[in-house]
Design a protein around this ligand. Structure first.
Ligand SMILES: *[C@@H]1O[C@H](CO)[C@@H](O)[C@H](O)[C@H]1NC(C)=O
Ligand SMILES: *[C@@H]1O[C@H](CO)[C@@H](O)[C@H](O)[C@H]1NC(C)=O
Ligand SMILES: *[C@@H]1O[C@H](CO)[C@@H](O)[C@H](O)[C@H]1NC(C)=O
Length: 461
């Protein structure tokens, strides 16, 4: 066990005048300044929690700046500080053992509980939760202004936004909002690129992909395929008519239909049944109410493993040892306490596509990476390919007709993936991974993170 309490000594409370008036900041750092975390009041009574790790593997290279990755979790309502950090790419796992494949090997890492209401972030009034991806992006931009504008050393690092699942929708809206703030001189950083992993960029393309994919891998029969297609068509129509709430309801019905017809396939890995995957979703942790549980199947929180090491699931871990280490979490705030409210508030935006935002990023010359796990259902590769084909980007035709490079990793045998790259668009096909790519393919994911960020790190593999 890591001894937290000996770790850090000083606290700094500052009130800074920024963008929209007063934004108060509660900040803490470890003595060696390798970790820093805090709250930023991104709007009055809306508090966002963030946690920055500076890499011990940092390499100084005059031609390649050391990058920083902002990791955005999905859900909506899943915690980057908890899940992304301790279950996917952070320096320690939830047993507090070092993670060999931590992305700190190639970059500094910034985790955030986004949007407000997620993880340790909170709102003092429920109507302050965000209702759109754009509103989430505005809050995240306020956070970045707070963190980067006061830290010159951090600003030397280009920022790469890397997202998973619903996080992809925040990532592309944040990319645009951050660029605007940079152009207006309000935000001082360099945006290096945006990477969207198994991301919910075009809901309609994903719901149409589920039936055919699951039929092809023997999880559905023909009549189930027809029922799935009818529901997907209904969703398509509802989206076309701008009935986004209804589309969210039908999406939920389609998931129920598929669960029934497939004898409970795991939506995050079609080789498994729901509940078998050590990295599949858990609704129960985040909400006890039935109407929430129905939606929260999408929440990409990883399964807490009750018998891991000290016997703590992620919920108890974050609300136990972690809040004790962090010291600044208010007494009446529980990690995950407002998470299901976050999903509910975003119901009207949940089924909106964000393909146009990807197009604008591409047109502006920003590096865009799409990566997808082969075994994912919810954000299936077939759906990701379908929305990529809808891009209006001038390089698309050449991109689509370009060959793919096979990828290998370390000393492990066998093809681990494929990469297609043209100009500022990259697409990674990751084999043997479901929804949670860094968990299933840690070696390849790390090497991909190094390439995306053009890290000067010297990876052993
Ligand atoms: C927590 O308590 C403080 C003061 O007691 C109150 O102002 C705040 O609204 C509470 N926050 C939540 C989320 O209940
Ligand atoms: C990363 O780049 C190196 C060097 O160009 C290449 O050999 C490797 O296959 C790439 N790996 C991935 C995962 O992109
Ligand atoms: C840890 O990573 C190194 C390469 O950096 C690799 O050689 C080693 O096998 C990894 N260990 C485990 C337990 O994965």
């Amino acid at each position: 066990m890591v001894k937290f309490d000996a770790y850090f000594v000083f606290t700094l409370f500052s009130v800074t005048l920024l963008l929209h008036g007063r934004i108060s900041t509660a900040l803490r750092t470890t003595t060696d300044e390798s970790e820093e975390w805090g709250y930023v009041e991104v709007r009055p009574k809306a508090h966002m929690f963030w946690w920055l790790y500076r890499s011990p593997y940092r390499v100084e290279d005059p031609n390649k700046p050391w990058p920083i990755i902002l990791w955005l979790q999905g859900g909506p309502g899943a915690s980057g500080v908890g899940i992304g950090n301790f279950q996917e790419i952070g320096p320690l796992d939830a047993d507090l053992n070092p993670r060999n494949s931590t992305w700190l090997r190639v970059a500094d890492l910034l985790f955030v509980d986004n949007p407000v209401g997620t993880g340790f972030s909170y709102v003092e009034e429920v109507d302050l939760l965000v209702k759109t991806d754009e509103a989430a992006a505005t809050d995240l931009t306020a956070l970045l202004i707070n963190i980067f504008n006061r830290d010159i050393s951090l600003r030397k690092s280009p920022l790469y936004i890397v997202a998973e699942s619903y996080g992809g929708k925040y990532a592309v809206t944040l990319g645009l909002s951050a660029l605007e703030a940079i152009e207006a001189g309000q935000l001082k950083l360099k945006l290096g690129g945006v990477a969207i992993g198994d991301s919910w960029i075009s809901p309609v393309d994903f719901v149409f992909s589920w039936g055919p994919l699951l039929k092809d891998v023997s999880r559905l029969d023909d009549s189930a395929l027809r029922r799935a297609k009818r529901l997907a068509e209904k969703i398509h129509q509802q989206i076309a008519d701008g009935q986004y709430f209804d589309a969210t309801n039908t999406w939920s019905n389609l998931e129920d239909e598929i669960s029934r017809s497939s004898n409970n396939v795991d939506f995050y890995n079609f080789l498994l049944d729901n509940g078998m995957d050590p990295v599949s979703s858990t609704a129960v942790v985040l909400s006890e109410k039935l109407e929430f549980r129905r939606y929260s199947r999408y929440l990409n929180s990883l399964r807490p493993t009750p018998d891991n090491g000290d016997g703590l699931d992620l919920h108890s871990f974050m609300n136990g040892p972690m809040r004790k280490k962090l010291k600044i979490i208010p007494n009446n705030i529980t990690w995950g306490g407002q998470s299901s409210l976050v999903f509910n508030a975003l119901q009207g935006d949940f089924m909106k596509p964000r393909i146009d935002e990807v197009d604008v990023l591409l047109a502006k010359g920003i590096q865009v990476t799409v990566y997808n796990g082969q075994l994912d259902v919810i954000c299936a590769t077939r759906g990701a390919e379908a929305w990529v084909q809808k891009l209006k980007w001038e390089g698309l035709r050449t991109f689509l007709s370009s060959g793919r490079t096979p990828l290998y990793c370390g000393a492990e045998d066998g093809t681990k993936g494929f990469l297609r790259s043209y100009k500022n668009l990259q697409f990674y096909w990751v084999l043997g991974a479901g929804h949670f790519v860094p968990v299933s393919q840690p070696c390849l994911a790390l090497s991909m993170a190094a390439n995306i960020t053009q890290s000067p790190a010297h990876l052993a593999y």
